[in-house]
Design a protein around this ligand. Structure first.
Ligand code: 1PR
Length: 561
């Protein structure tokens, strides 16, 4: 029997492959509509409008491709439409992200940016897994909107939102909109909205594991109102309520490279040295990237990161196996995927110049949600300081975030600790350390490195993060060469140091050896997420065990698959 075809409007904004994979996983076929004259728009019976990134960029693309009238006709005909992320935002009247761009105007409210000063300082963008509250009237009737479960967590990644007051909420409801609200700190915003044949979510259901797939499934089946079980209606008072609303994010990281036999393997270093200490000196081979990514997804990882650690030696063409890894992983892993290594302007062996934006676009099309930039971020930050703290407009951080949004650009920092007795002699931000240096120095700072720790730069890690935020990065992956592979816990002083440089979410990385290290970094620092590698790859602990441990310790984690 042939499968039912579902249509997805493609305005070349971010990762659409994951949505395609999710719909196909649910048993449908997907066709993209890239042209407003596509006859399928007239006959489609189910349509998605997904969007990622910058509001103005998305709407400009949408309008320039002539989608306005055909979409209006589609909606007026009463056929079901689901918007996702910027696809939800487009239905509002506008956004302070792009003040000169008019929205589609279906919902009479403007989007605004989350307040980074809320709660005395919270990370913006809002990245991670949050709860979605169901409209009270629906809950009283034992119902929910398109299968959204108040006990599940959904993946969000955005800086702007339909933040609304109680009167604005009532006014939208009086207008016939059914709202689901989420809370980020003290700010409440629309996380899902529906009226007649229109449904839209601010979260990414295609990236929200089984809970998200259930929402897409309800939309595809036309189940606008589904019943909630009594269990789903009960509130578990023992669960931590975090100040932000977000769960503690656990990320599994796969360092990938080609080994001496030419196979692409997951490896793991000690202070970035990935070769066995035995005589053979082979590259440590801990498994196959796609299989391991799927294993960690099944264990409950909230995100999976792939770092191509020898990318600086290759060309994008030679890195095609990494694209294949992404494509295959995205078929079964329905949580966010980040890829790093080699995101820079490159010249292929045949002399063809490939800008970083194009390299990133290849990865987004393959199924990546974010790209992580290491070496090139250091070069961009150096330029930033030479240029009186201004961007040049052409660095990969700037070009990628302008097209795909800041949330799509992660900076992978590889810092190294240096000790100093007199901080006034150092042109970088220093900190007083609890762990004095070899000569009793009581201050330290961190210099950044590039090319996998090979080059040490005259630039502090604090200054790097400060510059990258100004240039348009959306998140910081904070590695630590001194702690990498040590199993001795994270460098808590480093995390605090980086958190003080930026309002961006920070991922603590390097040093996790057992579940208590995750608890320690969440309790003692303001980190937004914690990443583990070696302890998972060696099979010492599973992601599930880490989450069980954190739950027992009273910390909120996502426990649904
Ligand atoms: O410079 O943009 O091409 O990116 C290269 C990327 O590869 C950077 O993100 C850089 O951190 C990474 N990288 C380069 N060489 C190595 C290496 O190990 N030789 N890996 C490397 C960095 C650090 C973490 C690791 C944590 C957790 N690996 O990713 O997973 O330290 O480990 P643990 O939990 O076992 O302690 P570009």
């Amino acid at each position: 029997m042939s499968k039912e075809v579902v249509f997805v409007i493609d305005v070349e904004s971010g990762n659409l492959r994951s949505l395609q994979n999710a719909i196909e996983y649910l048993g449908y076929e997907v066709e993209f509509i890239r042209d407003a004259t596509d006859e399928n728009l007239k006959t489609a019976t189910k349509l998605f409008l997904p969007g990622v990134g910058n509001y103005g960029h998305f709407l400009k693309q949408f309008l320039s491709k002539g989608f306005l009238e055909p979409l209006k006709e589609y909606i007026d005909s009463g056929r079901p439409l689901m918007g996702i992320c910027v696809g939800l935002q487009a239905f509002f009247t506008g956004s302070s992200e792009s003040p000169d761009t008019e929205g589609l105007g279906y919902i009479p409210l403007r989007l605004t940016e989350f307040d980074p000063n809320d709660l005395g300082g919270k990370s913006v963008p809002h990245i991670g897994w949050n709860s979605v509250q169901i409209d009270k009237k629906l809950v009283e009737a034992g119902k929910t909107l398109y299968g959204i479960n108040p006990h599940s967590k959904y993946y969000f990644v955005h800086s702007y939102a339909a933040i609304l007051s109680e009167p604005e909420k009532r006014s939208l409801e009086a207008d016939g909109w059914t709202l689901s609200i989420s809370r980020y700190g003290t700010e409440e915003f629309v996380s899902a909205i529906a009226k007649d044949n229109l449904f839209a979510t601010q979260f990414h259901p295609e990236k929200s594991g089984a809970a998200g797939l259930a929402v897409i499934n309800c939309f595809l089946k036309g189940e606008k109102l589904s019943s909630l079980s009594t269990k789903d209606l009960q509130v578990d008072a023992s669960i931590e309520v975090t100040p932000t609303g977000l769960t503690r994010r656990i990320i599994a990281c796969l360092d990938v490279r080609t080994n001496d036999s030419g196979d692409l393997v997951v490896t793991k270093g000690d202070q970035y040295d990935v070769r066995e200490k035995s005589e053979s000196g082979d590259v440590r081979n801990l498994g196959k990237p796609v299989e391991m990514a799927e294993k960690y997804y099944q264990q409950g990882a909230d995100e999976v990161t792939f770092l191509n650690i020898t990318s600086f030696r290759n060309s994008p063409i030679k890195d095609a196996p990494m694209l294949e890894v992404l494509k295959r992983a995205a078929e079964t892993v329905f949580v966010p995927l980040t890829v790093g290594g080699g995101i820079k302007d490159v010249v292929d062996p045949d002399g063809t110049k490939v800008p970083a934006l194009k390299v990133a676009a290849m990865y987004f099309r393959a199924g990546a949600d974010k790209v992580s930039i290491g070496t090139d971020a250091v070069l961009a930050a150096e330029e930033f300081y030479k240029n009186n703290e201004k961007g040049t407009g052409v660095t990969p951080i700037e070009t990628i975030s302008a097209s795909y949004g800041v949330q799509a650009v992660v900076i992978s920092v590889d810092p190294k600790r240096f000790y100093v007795s007199d901080p006034s002699k150092i042109p970088y931000k220093t900190i007083e350390t609890k762990f004095p240096g070899p000569n009793g120095e009581s201050y330290c700072y961190y210099k950044v490195t590039s090319q996998g720790g090979r080059n040490v730069h005259d630039l502090g890690a604090w200054e790097l993060c400060y510059a990258c935020e100004k240039l348009g990065a959306g998140e910081i992956l904070c590695n630590c060469i001194d702690k990498d592979g040590s199993n001795s816990g994270y460098d808590l002083e480093l995390i605090d140091y980086i958190k003080s440089a930026t309002k961006l979410p920070v991922i603590a990385s390097s040093g996790a050896g057992n579940p208590s290290h995750f608890e320690e970094v969440f309790r003692k620092t303001k980190t937004d997420a914690a990443l583990g590698a070696g302890m998972f790859h060696r099979g010492e602990y599973t992601v599930k065990q880490v989450k069980e441990y954190l739950t027992k310790s009273g910390l909120l984690v996502r426990t649904d698959k």
